[in-house]
Design a binder for this molecule. Structure first.
Ligand code: PLP
Ligand code: TYF
Length: 394
């Protein structure tokens, strides 16, 4: 059987983690893998999460599976968080799913059932896992212009022109906020224009919402998603609770679908549930139960929002410190974009040689496309990093 297989390519981020671990220099800095880290370089378990877990463990009576991944309170709580009152819920369905990745997977499968071999347009560049998930689901992938390497902002005019050329048979994958890998995001006015374009063309918006609350706040970060969903007849959203609840390996997320009307929502949802049943039957429960417990309890929710704000503000402050340090040293505004970006990442726009140089000479690790995880910047090493970046581009 297996003798027919050739070796699959390894995962680049995992390889980078391995390289970093093997580096014996005490001065090394890890700006690679996309997990949040605090001042101590630790990815903490949030206090609100710990309290929710204690409550769950002491109240738990059974571990039976539920009738459907969609029925429990988790779904309603996530819809309240993501959509608020932007859209009539009779057209909306939600299924708890294993992480943002699992949500992307079941929604891509659903799209391929509806329109086999449809093309998903992704931003250039996008998260490395979008392409394989789409291809493995039977879909095709094409790109739309997004990141401008000159300004390190969004090439918005070109993006919009490309979206305007799409048809009702196409799918557009949009990062709801905190774009990975670039950190460059749309303004509210640009989201409005994207929504208008989608209404004109009828292309299906597919929103990947993996960092809600990591940019400018929950409400601000949800603007684009709510705008699109309240404008178009049909859409899907892959929500992840991995980052904003710090629940990475619990694999908690949700697949949300918006249909033209309640009847189509019911039919489409039956297909989604059928895909889930044939894939993994039931999603894992623990992470979802934590999120439900937090969102349904006023005091736990307030504590979670505070903890989320601490993470967000720390990333914004590190962005500003790094941009300031580089400006002071170079007398140039070339790296000011780092302070304008939002979320966990910034794409620096360095050559691969510069990335390799930083690794070899300075022990500074980032992904090969020159994406940095700003949460990995040590507060007391901002000056060293500024020197290293300037040295690498000189
Ligand atoms: N989408 C984007 C853009 C991401 O960056 C990530 C995680 O890094 C995911 C989805 C997947 O999230 P999860 O870990 O919940 O599967
Ligand atoms: O660095 C990235 O872009 C991610 C890493 O639960 C990642 O791919 C992915 C999933 C996850 C934690 C980190």
């Amino acid at each position: 059987m297996f003798e027919n297989l050739t070796k699959a390519p390894g995962d680049k981020i995992l390889a980078l983690m391995g390289e970093y671990a093997a580096d014996s220099r005490s001065t090394k800095i890890d700006l690679g893998v996309g997990v949040y880290k605090d001042e101590q370089g630790v990815t903490p378990v949030m206090r609100s999460v710990r309290k929710a877990e204690e409550r769950i463990l002491s109240n738990e009576k059974q571990r039976l599976t539920s009738a459907s991944p969609a029925t429990r309170g988790y779904g309603a709580a996530v819809l309240d968080l993501v959509l608020a009152d932007s859209i009539d819920r009779s057209r909306v369905r939600i299924a708890q799913a294993p992480g943002g990745t699992g949500s992307l997977w079941v929604l891509m499968q659903l799209i391929n059932r509806a329109r086999p071999g449809a093309t998903v347009y992704v931003s250039d560049p996008t998260w490395a896992n979008h392409n394989p998930i789409a291809i493995n689901s039977g879909l095709k992938v094409a790109t739309y212009p997004y990141f401008d390497p000159e300004t390190r902002g969004v090439k918005f005019e070109q993006m919009l022109a490309a979206l305007d050329r799409l048809g009702a048979e196409d799918v557009v994958l949009l990062h709801g906020c905190c774009h990975n890998p670039t950190g460059a995001n749309l303004t509210d006015a640009q989201w409005d224009q994207v929504a208008e374009s989608l209404v004109r063309t009828g292309a299906l918006p597919f929103i990947d919402l993996a960092y809600l609350g990591f940019g400018d706040g929950i409400e601000a970060d949800a603007y684009g998603t709510r705008k699109i969903l309240s404008s178009v007849p049909e859409a899907v959203v892959a929500f992840s609770g991995s980052k904003n609840f710090g629940l990475y390996r619990e694999r908690v997320g949700a697949a949300i679908l918006v249909a033209r009307n309640a009847e189509q929502a019911e039919t489409t949802n039956s297909q989604l549930l059928n895909i889930i049943r044939g894939a993994y039957s039931q999603p894992p429960d623990h992470g979802a139960e934590i999120i439900r417990t937090i969102l349904e309890d006023a005091s736990l929710r307030a504590e979670w929002e505070e903890e989320l704000a601490v993470m967000r503000n720390r990333m914004i402050s590190l962005r500003k410190k790094l941009a300031d340090a580089i400006r002071e040293r170079s007398n140039s505004t070339d790296f000011d974009f780092v302070a304008d970006h939002r979320g966990m990442f910034s794409l620096l726009g360095l050559t691969n040689d510069a990335v390799e140089h930083l690794k070899a000479t300075n022990g500074v690790y980032m992904t090969g496309d020159s994406r940095i995880n700003v949460a990995g910047i040590p507060e007391d090493r901002v000056g060293d990093l500024a020197d290293a970046f300037l040295g690498a581009v000189r």
